[in-house]
Write a protein that binds this ligand. Structure first.
Ligand SMILES: [Zn+2]
Length: 343
């Protein structure tokens, strides 16, 4: 593999770093990296990986670009709204660096529930990053010979539920974590020391960063010696879900359940499901907000995180007929009420 004159110039600022040189650049060019999610973390990590000359990049995401993505997903433009994120990302990455190959994969694959297990099965290294409001997390998992995501967070469903849509996220916090993820990927390819076995916790409010050691857990539900208990474990943390189609059919029937909106009042002002009622989330999880434990309730929020948290709190209090609208009002707007305001 020979680097062209143009490539030598393009990568010159990293080629001069001791320990990289043309040999390191060859490693980058020969590398293949999959990026799960072309969102707040993915887009910026993708930009850096493309810029650095990673030879083949896979982009996994689904659905169109939305207005609310733009405050942090900086490779997209306002004029791109409504177009598929995977295709937009491919176009932008090739504009950044036409020397690389970009493959797109349109479809739902969640980092938390699928990637950890897939990486274990395929012996792939997983560079994990997460961001929540002003905070970030970062680590590198090599699940066959070190801890996996399940070792540090057995309740991967709860992790998955921390969607940006509901928890909120500061754009630059996502950018910082994404940049660090890209760095870890490049260091892995170059054979340099990484965060493997360590977990970085970043609190950007006071620039408070700490790194702790991670240990493999013998009782990890994914990689531990008793991983066969996985199914039972999953059942114990799962929530009862009702799909938008099922809820619509129930609302049209004689035995309609009570539908409760757990979002903020300003969100309710934008859109809500006809015939529902608003309930204060904190009151609901603390004391049931005056609802009877035998009442049939369907909880919804923007995605599913608040509802899932409320479901678990109510189940612990003995409420037996509660379910969560799968995909929240986003899925309702997509599948049932297509004219509804999206945000
Ligand atoms: Zn594990």
């Amino acid at each position: 593999m020979i680097l062209s004159k143009e490539e030598l110039i393009r990568y010159s600022r990293q080629l001069v770093i001791p320990g990289i040189g043309p040999e390191g650049q060859h490693k980058l060019k020969a590398a293949r990296v999959a990026v799960i999610g072309a969102g707040g973390l993915g887009t910026l990590a993708l930009g850096y990986l493309a810029g650095a000359g990673v030879g083949e990049i896979g982009v996994f995401d689904f659905g169109p670009l939305e207005l609310s993505n733009l405050h942090r997903q900086l490779i997209y433009r306002t004029g791109d709204i409504g177009e598929l994120k995977t295709e937009l990302a491919k176009q932008r990455l090739l504009e950044i660096n036409p020397e690389i190959r970009v493959n797109t994969h349109e479809g739902i694959l969640t980092a938390e529930n699928a990637i950890n297990k897939a990486c274990l099965a395929l012996a792939k290294t997983y560079v994990y990053g997460a961001v929540y409001r002003f905070e970030g997390q970062l680590t590198v998992f090599e699940p066959r010979n070190g801890p996996c995501l399940g070792c540090i967070c057995p309740d991967t469903e709860a992790l998955e539920n921390q969607a940006c849509a509901e928890a909120g996220v500061m754009g630059p916090a996502a950018g910082a974590v994404a940049s660090m993820q890209a760095l870890e990927v490049l260091k892995l390819i170059l054979g340099l020391e990484t965060l493997k076995g360590k977990f970085a916790m970043l609190d950007f409010r006071l620039a408070n960063f700490s790194v702790i050691e991670l240990k493999k857990r013998e009782d990890c539900p994914v990689c531990g010696g008793r991983a066969r208990l996985d199914r039972k474990f999953i059942a114990s943390v799962s929530v009862n879900l009702i799909t938008p189609e099922e809820l619509k059919a129930r609302l049209d029937s004689a035995s309609a359940p009570r539908v409760l909106d757990l979002r903020y009042e300003w969100e309710r002002g934008l859109c809500h499901i006809k015939g529902d009622a608003w309930v204060d989330f904190n009151e609901l999880i603390k004391g049931g907000a005056g609802l009877g434990p035998d009442e049939e309730l369907v909880l919804y929020c923007k995605g599913q995180s608040k509802s899932a948290a409320a479901f678990k709190a109510l189940r612990d209090k003995g409420y037996s007929k509660v379910s969560v609208l799968k995909g929240g009002i986003d899925a309702w707007a997509e599948k049932i009420e297509k004219g509804m305001t999206r945000y």
